[in-house]
Design a protein around this ligand. Structure first.
Ligand code: ADP
Ligand code: MG
Length: 320
């Protein structure tokens, strides 16, 4: 099969917002009036970001979903993607499943695949995403003010729990693993939430490297500190069942430093509290207030008994 047949068969679909898509030397798009383009890229490398034998359907979904998560964090509406992929060989069943997963995510969020590149090499997937946001309304990391509430969507830690299970560091029940593995392999980017937050949040980030690291980016770019409360960090029942007191440190690690959650962390003035609760109900998505921003340039973490955790001693400091 030629490279062109491969691209035609697996990566060419009808488009929604595109003049000229896959097939020419470049794609052609027209951004809407009064909109800024939000552009981002994320690369997934075999052995680093996923296991070589990862399920191709889920890999296709995830490679687009992690990019959509960046759009969500900016309050941008995702519209166009390109896909550059290095493949060790032409494996038709693998490609069929990968592209099915990729386009399932593209269809769910109305994104056009408009081009890319295909080459032979160690399995590497690089997606670039482009979205639109009304000029001047994107939610930046640098926009947080003092005394704002810090919010987190969904639940944190399940993806890290699944990964720890796969690495043999702990053993989940079948039930727990099924739930957590779905969070790890098929994340749901919070695009609708991101769009709604344009009028509500002053700063936002998606949690891909762990809460402390990613909240840390908001704080350093906004020149702020924060007080956050472990007891308020939303998590599934599985984290409780799995991690009893002797694994307290591990539980903290999942909540504070676990990666791959792809939830949003955002800050908003306290006056917006009721509006955010209302939004949570209308989106049927938990939104939890986990603390407040401060002007003391430190991130203070309150433990389950309201003791102040020494995040440095606990080994979390380098995540900031
Ligand atoms: P060129 O040699 O001009 O770079 P290519 O042969 O690499 O062109 O690609 C041919 C067409 O297929 C281009 O429109 C390119 O954007 C598209 N394309 C290549 N690989 C992919 C892919 N993995 N997904 C989507 N489109 C692709
Ligand atoms: Mg090319």
């Amino acid at each position: 099969m030629s490279e062109f047949d491969l691209i035609r068969q697996h990566f060419t679909r009808a488009t929604r917002h595109t003049h000229l898509g896959v097939g020419d030397d470049a794609a052609l798009i027209t951004p809407s009036a009064n909109m800024e383009l939000a552009i981002s890229a994320d690369m997934l490398v075999s052995g680093t970001h996923f296991f070589a034998d990862a399920d191709p359907y889920q890999l296709g979904w995830k490679s687009l979903a992690v990019n959509l998560s960046d759009m969500a964090a900016m309050g941008a509406n995702p519209k166009w993607a390109t896909l550059a992929i290095a493949l060790p060989g032409v494996n038709q069943p693998w490609l069929t499943e990968f592209s099915r997963g990729f386009f399932a995510c593209a269809d769910a969020f109305k994104v056009d695949l408009i081009g890319g590149d295909t080459t032979r090499g160690p399995l590497t997937i690089s997606v670039q995403i482009m979205g639109e946001v009304p000029t001047g309304t994107a939610i930046k990391r640098s926009g947080a003010g003092v005394g704002e509430e810090i919010w987190v969507s969904g639940q944190l830690g399940d993806a890290a729990l699944a990964l720890a299970h796969m690495q043999g560091n702990l053993a989940l029940t079948e039930d727990a693993f099924t739930h957590c593995a779905k969070k790890l392999h098929a994340p749901q980017p919070r695009v609708t939430l991101g769009l709604a937050l344009r009028d509500i949040a002053n700063s936002a980030i998606d949690i891909s490297d762990g809460l402390l690291a990613d909240l840390g980016h908001i704080l350093s770019q906004s020149n702020l500190g924060a007080s956050i409360y472990i007891a308020n960090i939303p998590h599934s029942e599985y984290l409780n069942i799995q991690l009893t007191s002797d694994l307290y440190h591990q539980k903290l690690s999942m909540l504070l430093a676990g990666g791959d959650d792809y939830e949003l962390c955002f800050t908003a003035p306290t006056e917006k509290h009721a509006e955010i609760i209302h939004l949570s109900e209308s989106l049927k998505l938990p939104l939890s207030c986990i603390g407040l921003t401060t002007n003391n340039a430190k991130l203070v973490v309150h433990g389950f008994d309201d003791e102040i955790l020494d995040v440095k001693e606990a080994g979390f400091d380098h995540f900031r």
